[in-house]
Design a protein around this ligand. Structure first.
Ligand code: IYR
Length: 221
C-alpha cells in the first residue's frame, strides 16, 4: 500500500438542464436567509445541530488540517455568562470604541449593546480557530490558512442551518477573549465568532436591506 493512498472520486454528474435548475433553486433557497436578532426560546433538537456541524466539518481547509472547534452551548447558566461578558464589551464598543463611521454603517441594522438573544435562543455555537494541531503522537503541527478555512466552514455551517430550517445570527463581540475563559478553551484557540441559533420570534422583523446585484459582485472576462 502506498504511504499516502488515493481512492476513486465519488462525483455526482447531472444533466445540464438539471444543473441549471439546481443552481437556480439553491439560489432561491439561500436568498431567503436573513440574519435574525429576535429569537424564540422554542427548543431545537440537538440532532439537527449535530448534522449541521457534520456538514460544516466537510469544508475545505488548508492541508486538510480542519483547524476549527465548535463549542455548542445549550446550558442556561453558560449562556447567561456569555451574555454578560459580551454585553460588557458591546457597551464599550457602542459608547467609546466604535468610530462614528462604523456606527453610521451599523445604523440600518438597528443593533445596540443589548444582546438578549444570547440567553433566549436555544443554542449558541462558539467557533474557534485552532492555530496549531496535535498529531496522535503529540507533535505540534502548524495549521495553514486557518482564518480562511474557519471562515469557509462557518459559511457552510450557516448554509446548513438555513437549509435545515433554522435562523442564525453571526455575533462578533470584540474582543472575544472571554469565550476562552467561559468555555475553557486553550490559548492556542482563537475565538472566531459566536453563532446564535434557533427559530425567529413570531413576527420578527429584519432590516429592509438588499444584496448587491450580480453585475456588482462579479465580472466575467
Ligand atoms: N459587534 C457589535 C457591532 C456589530 C458589528 C458589525 I460589522 C455588524 O454587522 C453588526 C454589529 C454587535 O454585535 O452589536
Amino acid at each position: 500500500m502506498a504511504e499516502h493512498p488515493f481512492v476513486t472520486l465519488n462525483f455526482s454528474h447531472f444533466d445540464e438542464a438539471d444543473m441549471i435548475d439546481r443552481a437556480a433553486s439553491f439560489y432561491i433557497e439561500m436568498k431567503s436567509r436573513r440574519t435574525v436578532r429576535d429569537f424564540s426560546d422554542k427548543p431545537v433538537p440537538k440532532q439537527i445541530i449535530e448534522h449541521c456541524l457534520l456538514t460544516a466539518g466537510t469544508s475545505v481547509s488548508g492541508a486538510n488540517m480542519q483547524p476549527w472547534q465548535f463549542v455548542v452551548v445549550g446550558d442556561a447558566e453558560i449562556k447567561r455568562q456569555i451574555r454578560v461578558a459580551a454585553e460588557q464589551e458591546e457597551v464599550s464598543f457602542y459608547a467609546d470604541k466604535a468610530p462614528e463611521e462604523w456606527l453610521q454603517a451599523l445604523a440600518p441594522l438597528g443593533t445596540d449593546a443589548n444582546k438578549p438573544f444570547l440567553e433566549k435562543a436555544p443554542w449558541l455555537i462558539a467557533v474557534f480557530q485552532q492555530r496549531f494541531g496535535t498529531l496522535p503522537d503529540g507533535t505540534k503541527v502548524k495549521h495553514y490558512y486557518a482564518p480562511e478555512s474557519v471562515g469557509i466552514a462557518t459559511g457552510v455551517l450557516i448554509t446548513a442551518l438555513h437549509h435545515a430550517g433554522l435562523a442564525c445570527l453571526t455575533h462578533t463581540p470584540s474582543p472575544m477573549g472571554f469565550m476562552n475563559r467561559i468555555l475553557h478553551r486553550p490559548k492556542t484557540e482563537r475565538p472566531f465568532l459566536l453563532l446564535v441559533v434557533g427559530y425567529p420570534q413570531e413576527g420578527a422583523e429584519v432590516p429592509d436591506i438588499n444584496k448587491k446585484s450580480l453585475d456588482q459582485i462579479a465580472t466575467f472576462i
